[in-house]
Design a protein around this ligand. Structure first.
Ligand code: BES
Ligand code: ZN
Ligand code: ZN
Length: 509
């Protein structure tokens, strides 16, 4: 997506579509795109008539398209709802709805009139960022395996007009930063959407090597031989049933400031989760190619951190394995020894994410002594039951991490909700034969017993856990209720929020 920022009013532009946001009609009639009165009496008449006939109401998700009588493309009015409930997320969704509606209709260039997307509650800077997100992510489609394409919006210009002319520098910087982020989300989605026959653990390692080369990062890949020497029994057990052996992938971005803290990001990278010997039911099992989304988001976060040159040093750890049943698969009843020597009693081979994360968390805690660890994992079905398909579960005892991540989430519109971790959950994961058990076999608080399990591997480092099982991909059953910018398949959830968290991370104390 190209996103030029222009001082002019969009109406002067030669765009295929000019887009204005309209609020539900209030006391003030601000609904006619500025400039129309002078130039286009005909358009003005059409739009006024449509308001009068109540064809336009300014409701959310309402789109009205006019063809300019002089043949200079379209004018699109997108509803923003009530002024009192207006926020950046409204703009993000509206922009996505516009680019989606214009798909396949020959509109390559779109110009958004920025002033019409601003209000007391939404500054020009945050409206511009939201337009960039909405247009870029809303236009996204996974096209790798398709032989035909309808062609969509390729350029989403932001026009400041007279009202915002003085904000040009601010808006330019905001739009450029957000474009870097949104393009990284697109990159992340393209990898996360790959099927499991292609996106094997070794293939993810190749992607990491390519990323490291392009952005000057340090990369280390531990193969199955090395993992055995290191004592990473969790990764080896989970990956044991697959012909594609496990990999632990470590990426390092040195940080833009010597005073920056070290933040470790750890991702669950199960390239396919069949459940293993504790086999999942067949219905919708194909979705389990998305069980690598935490690891792929970790790649995206490293890419964005390097592009935006954030201050902290960032260490990314991808715990990659394929969970399949076979004669060499791990089984219920097995006890595995992990990197830090702690042992896990396996009661359910489908609770494999925590088993691979055990090695990754323990490794990064010991080798890098980070100031904090954030993990991202499509960890539990219980997260989806508790919070639905749009919201991630956040578990942390660290107040600064909690507030930092919640503040970042408020900026990006990626919803996260903090959940508690208590001794009740910690007691539940204790085992009679090992240090911890990977399943409680009792269906209560599954998201939190999983978190209690992970906590035993972070070595006391301040840590936040993001269970992204719901929002990592748009589920076919619930996608009609998702915002238009989430699309079909992998969403890249977490990349924008964690990166903005890193951008705001305070220096080392
Ligand atoms: N990958 C799944 C969790 C999941 C479910 C992700 C739905 C995305 C959508 C995970 O490995 C799993 O199967 N967890 C089990 C744990 C249980 C056996 C203790 C679950 O949640 O049922
Ligand atoms: Zn599983
Ligand atoms: Zn899984």
């Amino acid at each position: 997506m190209k996103v030029p920022v222009d001082r002019r009013d969009a109406l002067d532009a030669a765009a295929d579509a000019i887009v204005s946001g309209v609020f539900e009609r209030g006391e003030k009639d601000d609904t006619l795109p500025k400039g129309l009165a002078r130039e286009e009496t005909a358009s003005r008449g059409l739009i006024s008539a449509a308001w009068k006939r109540k064809e336009i109401r300014g409701k959310r998700r309402e789109l009205t398209v006019f063809h300019r009588p002089d043949g200079r493309g379209r004018i699109v009015l997108v509803g923003l709802g009530a002024r009192g409930r207006f926020e950046a997320e409204t703009v993000r969704r509206a922009a996505a709805e516009v680019v989606k509606a214009l798909k396949g209709k020959g509109a390559r260039t779109v110009a958004f009139r920025l002033p019409s997307f601003c209000a007391d509650s939404v500054t020009a800077e945050s409206a511009a960022r939201a337009l960039v997100d909405g247009a870029t992510l809303g236009a996204y489609e996974f096209v790798k395996y398709r032989s035909t394409s309808d062609g969509g919006v390729e350029e989403a210009a932001i026009h400041l007009g007279e009202e915002l002319g003085r904000e040009e520098a601010l808006v330019k910087k905001a739009a450029a930063d957000e474009l870097a982020l949104a393009e990284t989300v697109v990159w992340t989605r393209d990898i996360a959407n790959l099927p499991a026959d292609t996106a094997t653990p070794e293939r993810l390692a190749e992607v990491a090597r390519g990323l490291a080369k392009e952005f000057g990062l340090k990369v280390t890949v531990f193969d199955e031989k090395k993992l055995a020497e290191m004592g990473c029994g969790g990764l080896l057990a989970v990956g044991g049933g697959s012909a594609h052996p496990p990999r632990l992938i470590v990426l390092e971005y040195p940080g833009g400031s010597r005073r920056g803290r070290t933040v470790a990001i750890v991702g669950k990278g199960i390239t396919f989760d069949s459940g293993g010997i504790s086999l999942k039911p067949g219905a919708r099992m194909g979705e389990m190619k998305f069980d690598k989304c935490g690891a792929v988001a970790t790649l995206g976060i490293l890419r964005a951190a390097a592009t935006l040159e954030v201050a902290p040093r960032v260490v990314g750890v991808l715990c990659c394995a394929e969970n399949l049943p076979s004669g060499s698969a791990y089984r219920p009843g097995d006890v595995v020894r992990t990197f830090n020597g702690k042992t896990i009693e396996v009661l359910n081979t489908d609770a494999e994410g925590r088993v691979v994360l055990a090695d990754g968390l323990a490794y990064v805690a010991q080798q890098y002594k980070p100031d904090e660890i954030i993990d991202l994992a499509t960890l539990t079905g219980a997260e989806v039951v508790a919070l639905g398909d749009d919201t991630a579960g956040l578990v942390t005892a660290d107040e600064r991490l909690a507030q930092g991540l919640l503040a970042a989430s408020a900026l990006t519109g990626e919803p996260i909700w903090r959940m508690p971790l208590t001794d009740f959950h910690r007691e539940m994961v204790k085992s009679d034969v090992a240090d911890v058990r990977n399943s409680t076999e009792i269906p209560v608080a599954g998201m939190l017993t999983a978190a209690a399990f992970l906590e035993t591997f972070v070595g006391g480092v301040p840590w936040a856990h993001l269970d992204i099982a719901g929002p990592a991909y748009t589920n076919v059953l619930t996608r009609r209720w998702q915002p238009a910018y989430q699309g079909v398949g992998a969403t890249g959830f977490g990349v924008r929020t964690v990166t903005r968290y890193l951008e705001a991370a305070p220096p080392r104390s």
